[in-house]
Design a protein. Structure first.
Length: 255
C-alpha cells in the first residue's frame, strides 16, 4: 500500500508557499480557492505540461454586494432578532463538490483529454477557505456577522474538511497564511495560522509535517527556506531527519 504524506505550510504572503507546494510529487492538483495559480509566471510551464492542475474557485465571496453591506446597520441592537437575508454564496459548496469528486473517484480525474491519477492535492489557501465557509454560514443563518454558535459550526466544518482531505489516496498539502498574536497577560508573541476560531490552535495536530516559510532579503539576493523545527514563536513539526531550515523543494525532502 502506497504511503502518502500530509503537510501544513504556514507563512506570510510572498514567502513562496504555493511555489513550494508545486514541487511535490506530480501531478499536483491545486484546489485553488485563491484563484491565482494561472497568474503565476513561474508556474505556467508546469500548468502547460499538465504537471500542475488548477481547479479554481471563481465564485464571489458573497452575494451581498458592496453597497448593501456598507449601508446596513450591523449594530447589536439593530441585529437583535432581525434577519439579514442574502443568497447563499457558492464558493465553499463548489470546493466541497471538488473534494467529493476526488473522494469518489479515488483521485483519478480527466485532464488534457486523458485520465490521470493525482499524486498530490493542495488546498490553497485554508485562509481563503475560512472566509468562504464563514460567509456561507452567515447566509444560511441569515445574519451579517458571526455569532458564538456559528463559531461552533465553523469548527465542525473545518474538522470535517480536514478529515475528508486527509483520507484521500494522495499526498495532501494545506497552505495557510500567518497571523501574529500577543498574549495580553504574558506579553508572549506567537505566530499562528490565519484562521478564525479554535481551529487556529489545533490544526497542526492533524498533520505529520508542519513547516513555516521564511524569506530573507540581502541586497538583491532573496533566499526562501522552510522551517521544520519550531522556536519560541512558531510551532513546527517534522517526523523526518531534517535540518531546522531546508530548501522548499518537496522533491528533495521526500526523495
Amino acid at each position: 500500500m502506497k504511503r502518502y504524506f500530509s503537510c501544513l505550510i504556514i507563512g506570510d504572503w510572498g514567502t513562496g508557499k504555493t511555489t513550494a507546494a508545486s514541487t511535490a510529487p506530480k501531478p499536483v492538483l491545486f484546489l485553488d480557492v485563491d484563484n491565482k495559480l494561472h497568474k503565476m509566471e513561474n508556474l505556467k510551464e508546469g500548468l502547460e505540461k499538465g504537471e500542475l492542475i488548477q481547479w479554481a474557485i471563481t465564485e464571489p465571496l458573497s452575494e451581498i454586494g458592496l453597497k448593501r453591506l456598507a449601508t446596513s446597520d450591523l449594530t447589536p441592537k439593530k441585529l437583535s432578532g432581525a434577519k439579514f437575508v442574502v443568497q447563499k454564496p457558492k464558493g465553499y459548496l463548489k470546493l466541497a463538490e471538488m473534494i467529493e469528486t476526488l473522494q469518489n473517484n479515488k483521485c483519478e480525474i480527466e485532464h488534457m483529454g486523458k485520465k490521470v491519477k493525482v499524486e498530490t492535492v493542495v488546498l490553497d489557501s485554508y485562509t481563503s477557505t475560512d472566509e468562504h465557509i464563514r460567509r456561507l454560514l452567515m447566509a444560511v443563518n441569515q445574519t451579517a456577522t458571526m455569532t458564538q454558535p456559528l463559531y461552533g459550526a465553523l469548527l465542525a466544518n473545518f474538522e470535517e474538511l480536514n478529515n475528508t482531505l486527509l483520507r484521500l489516496p494522495a499526498n495532501v498539502i494545506l497552505i495557510c497564511h500567518e497571523r501574529w498574536d500577543k498574549d495580553e497577560l504574558t506579553g508572549r508573541i506567537s505566530c499562528k495560522p490565519l484562521i478564525n476560531g479554535q481551529m487556529s490552535g489545533k490544526i497542526g495536530k492533524d498533520f505529520e509535517e508542519v513547516y513555516y516559510m521564511s524569506k530573507t532579503i540581502s541586497g538583491t539576493a532573496v533566499t526562501y527556506e522552510m522551517l521544520t523545527v519550531g522556536d519560541s514563536m512558531r510551532s513546527c513539526r517534522t517526523s523526518r531527519d531534517l535540518p531546522a531550515r531546508v530548501e522548499p523543494d518537496f522533491g528533495k525532502i521526500y526523495k
